[in-house]
Design a protein around this ligand. Sequence first.
Ligand code: MSP
Length: 522
Amino acid sequence: MAEKKFYITTPIFYANAELHLGHTYTLVLSDVLARYHRSIGDKTFFLTGSDEHGDKIVRAAQKEDIGPQAFVNKNVAKMQELIKELGISNDLFIRTSNQEHHWPGAKKLWHALEEAGDIYKGTYKGLYCIGCESFITEKELVNGKCPLHDTEPEHIEEENYFFKLSKYGPEIKRLLLNGEFKITPQSRVNEIVSLISGANGESGLGDVSISRPERAIPWGIPAPNDPTQLMYVWCDALSNYISALGYGTDNEENFRTFWPADIQILGKDILRFHALLWPAFLLSARIPLPRELLVHGFVNSGGKKMSKSLGNVLSPGEFISEYGRDALRYYLTREVSPVEDWDLTREKFKEVYNANLANGLGNLVSRTLKMAEQYFGGVVTGDATRVPSIKSKMSAVETFGDIAGMNIPYIITNDILPRYHKHMSASEINKGADVIWELIGHLDQFVTDYEPFKLVKTDKKATEAIIWGLLYGLREVGRMLVPIMPDTAEKIEILVGASSALADEAVFNTKALTEPLFKRRD
Ligand code: MSP
């Protein structure tokens, strides 16, 4: 069978400020999925990058009194530093100011739209929100302001190139409804379909402007054949998903291998660009659509979307230095729903950290290793058939050596792993993580059921089978944690010291824990 490929993208981040926890969420969610797909053998390409053009950037640079290139270079360096600190495993970081890698793809896409007869010149008159880098209608304003940025839009009247978005509404709707172009969660499909349908069954989509006149500062990709206009920043930005793969350059091999994207991750604030403009561009250019958009909710702070313009941001760096990156990755994976809004507080973070990492996982690892060391000098021999069943899982009388009973290896193979893979492959990473903690719960229960610290005084052989079962379970916990908490996963693998990769027979040569995996915070 041919190797399966998996192409996953994050939106590219505005290079006007430091990334906060909202952006971090997009990154971690995507990284967990990329790492999961690599772990099951998919040929994976994971893309992230920076969105460096547009008015927002130019104005922010002006405020700091430096040129836009120097300004974005500085911010992108910080962004890349954070990405490294978070353990994000992207294969490429695309920058829209990169004239060799990005611009050829953006221009080729523009030419393709032109060739399809979908670009024409016109006059735009209306409102523009700099925060959104988007035209906005009166209807969308709340008290005269953009509800997302809480700022008044600007009045604009200018000559632009327009794209015939209206032409593609019906086709996008058809593909959404028949599932060829999937959006998760389904409620977002309804949102887009009703936008396309508009009122009274008439098409709700108008054409959109895709260029802006070049102003004082030539910061953007010049519109092909007309240097007085710059490509509209969303048109420039969306093309990163294919320019990154070499589209438009003389090496399009990655584009042929990886496009269409298997999943594109984005927050709900930029759904319309990805679910209307992006597929319309692709249809016009006769390029296949991405298979799925996964739309996550907002990380709120004090009940409002965390955002620089609202001044309510929490920095990921704070959590990383206080708790470690795996703790932050854990929280973002398991403690929130990928498709709903959620609020982050320092108190909640600490509570969850203590309960599930310091106590739950950390405690189990340290107890197990201590017993292995103390009773067996760190060498624990056994096999899957000798692990007793978990008492609370059994309906009948417990018997040692009962293969088909509900022992740990049996539960892992028949219940835990199938459910873990089902959720992870459906991008339900919080539910996938829940399954890991279910296994941790079983292992705790197993200790409660057999009390190996007492049993060891009367039956060493039986105790060894129990400890072996715990180590076997922990090794599996470590494996399942690979996409979510890569550092912890690696530590667990080393600590349990399994002699072979085979599941059923192994000698565990455990290592002593020098410090707890997760220190309790009070
Ligand atoms: N540059 C555009 C995307 C262009 S993609 C062709 C952009 N950049 S952004 O930096 O503002 O946002 C990047 C991602 O971070 C988006 O998916 C956005 O939804 C996400 N988030 C930014 N703030 C967020 C929260 N407070 N909560 C969750 N995600 C949020 O949009």
